[in-house]
Design a protein around this ligand. Sequence first.
Ligand SMILES: *Cc1c(COP(=O)(O)O)cnc(C)c1O
Length: 522
Amino acid sequence: MNKMNASGWKPGTPVSVDNEGDYPTVTGNKALMLEERLVFELGTRETCGVDLPEPDASAPNRLGKFARRKPIDLPGLSEPETVRHYTRLSRQNYAIDLGLFPLGSCTMKHNPRLNEKVARMPGFADVHPLQPVDTIKGALGVIDELSHWLIELTGMSAVAMSPKAGAHGELCGILCIRAALEARGDMRKVVLVPESAHGTNPATAAFAGYEVEDIPAAPDGRVDLDALKARLGPDVAGVMITNPNTCGLFEKDMKAISDAVHAAGGLVYCDGANFNAIMGRVRPGDLGVDAMHINLHKTFSTPHGGGGPGSGPVVLSEALAPFAPLPFVVKDADGEIRLVEEENVGDEFPGSFGRMTAFHGQMGMFTRALTYILSHGADGLRQASGDAVLNANYLLRSLDDVLDAPFGDAGHCMHEALFSDHGFAEGMSTLDVAKGLIDEGFHPMTMYFPLVVHGAMLVEPTETESKATLDQFVVAMRSLAERAKAGDETLKSAPHHAPRARLDEAHAARKPVLAWNGQDDA
Ligand SMILES: *Cc1c(COP(=O)(O)O)cnc(C)c1O
């Protein structure tokens, strides 16, 4: 009996895919890239990957009414079939190790292999969160050393290491702000979020129970300082500002903003996900910031996206440090490193607002980030941020004659270059350009974000791309811009060379089919 599935395909038969081209193949495979089916379609119920002895029919049935009544509908595959299926899938994945990944606001930089080597050392890799503290002094030392660097680089007083990613760090920072306000009996209700802030900022404030109010952007893409000042008052708990902002611009009024917020009794949260542009050059503490998360998985090169967990330590000002969440690592005057947990928090740290996570944070990310920092040194980090900004400006100026750069006249950008769809022919869109980039062998940039720019294309090359790669990207982008402006219909159906062409994105997002429900034909 052959297994039939929902799509009607039978194992061993050619698949029907868009395989026209100049040289169609009978299998649907192209060169050594094989057309991949779902694992359910590849396997059959009759096949089993391992030889198990038949159960002893005379053995008592201990399952009773819980015994399975019909076979479980999982595909049977041999070990090599399984290995090949997942290896083939992995080859269809795009990654920073394959080529440019210019997602704006994401800092997709190269992850140095030295970081991986250190993170795999057994003393770090095998550490367990429930190990007795006496046996993890080295791990605590790493956390303490990394804390020291983060505090130095940001000019702040303390750092909460446990948050698991940027958005989690935002929540941690906002909860510190709330704890500080509550400690002085001041129950403020509103958090102000400029239009140029990242989408996680208003989401975080709302999640923490605050009313969120927008502050408009000025025509130069930065916070409208006067509008912000006009809204401050005794109901405002604070502001959440992304700096550099999502237009790729430095908020040059940051100090004036902080001073105004503090004068009105509020506190300042800065989204530090874009720290890669200013690391080693500007210290947020000097700009009056009270709390800021740092995405170790962006700025300090630990794998992210599908590739690894995040880590979002939050640096805190003197005003917020007493409210940091547990647990934290403390270095005493005699050099002894301690772990402060609930049972020993006592009178020493009475203000802590509680706990963000069960354990101490992302040890693997800490190890990688500290390796990155120590292998660069302060000068190297400063050079990295300078090169990141240089690369982004190189792209901005290599493309601003063919693409509209809405803030191109406002001077240099920071780590990312922003373009709009202004000037495209009727019916042509940013999406078409992004799809065309796939044909040219590049992962698309961030698109339709930030919202303040129509059809936004936000490109962040990072410092780890060579001039040769950037030049090739520029060639591709210039050609795509010309095609979009000329109304080239073939761009509307791109990508033409990817395993799948234009998908129905609205349908995929609104009605995702997440479970395979093909039925056996028996
Ligand atoms: C990535 C990012 C975040 C969220 O960080 P996660 O680690 O993905 O939770 C917040 N703000 C900005 C500006 C970002 O780029």
